[in-house]
Design a binder for this molecule. Structure first.
Ligand code: ADP
Length: 196
């Protein structure tokens, strides 16, 4: 099974992804984590990505598409996996459709986590305090939210048209939100064991 999370920064994609990969026994592909690992290792890719990330900008599409393509090719053909942070633009979604078509795989669910803006800003400021992420400053947070609205939110309609979208209320405790995700998975008649 292939599951995608879409939602603005601070909406809880990372937290819910960690729970869902345990539940589905799936591989977690988080582009934010992959990029941060490249930065940590000091690779050329990491250095290039950092200049965009620190300003709250998107990393250029060709870097991201290559990164995801490489990781997808490494996965066993029947692995369950969860994409967190990719796709982030319509162009990336179309590239993903092409890659999955070549692998004879399809998307099972796209979860859109919805949280109100005041709560998002509160969570991001708290994360900045706890984790010290350089892209969690007030200016970059505002830019990331603007970029989400302009470039990522059109994915909601894109996946709605494909009947893949499951809108999840992201307000409440992580347990409450996860219970909604679990319900959405089971009401669709899919069990964690179903592959593809
Ligand atoms: P968040 O969802 O909180 O914004 P992520 O950890 O998913 O954080 O991503 C951090 C940063 O990494 C983004 O602001 C962006 O610069 C970069 N990034 C991650 N995924 C992508 C992507 N698919 N396309 C372009 N840039 C990306």
């Amino acid at each position: 099974m292939l599951v995608i999370f879409v939602g603005p920064p601070g909406t809880g994609k990372g937290t819910q992804s960690k729970r869902l990969i345990r539940y589905l026994d799936a591989v977690h592909l988080s582009t934010g984590d992959m990029l941060r690992a490249e930065i940590e290792k000091g690779t050329e890719l990491g250095k290039k990505a950092r200049t965009f990330m620190d300003q709250g900008q998107l990393v250029p599409c060709e870097i991201m598409v290559n990164m995801i393509a490489t990781r997808l090719q490494e996965l066993p053909v029947d692995a369950n996996f969860l994409l967190d942070g990719f796709p982030r633009t319509i162009h990336q979604a179309e590239e993903l459709d092409t890659m999955l078509g070549e692998m004879d795989r399809c998307i099972a669910h796209v979860f859109a986590l919805e949280t109100d803006r005041d709560e998002l800003r509160r969570r991001l400021i708290e994360r900045a305090r706890e984790e010290g992420r350089p892209d969690d400053t007030p200016e970059t947070v505002s830019r990331r939210l603007e970029i989400y609205d302009a470039q990522t939110s059109p994915l909601i309609e894109y996946y709605q048209k494909l009947s893949l979208l499951r809108v999840i209320d992201g307000m409440g405790t992580p347990d409450e939100v996860f219970a909604r995700i679990e319900r959405a998975l089971t009401t669709d008649g899919n069990s964690p064991s179903s592959s593809k």
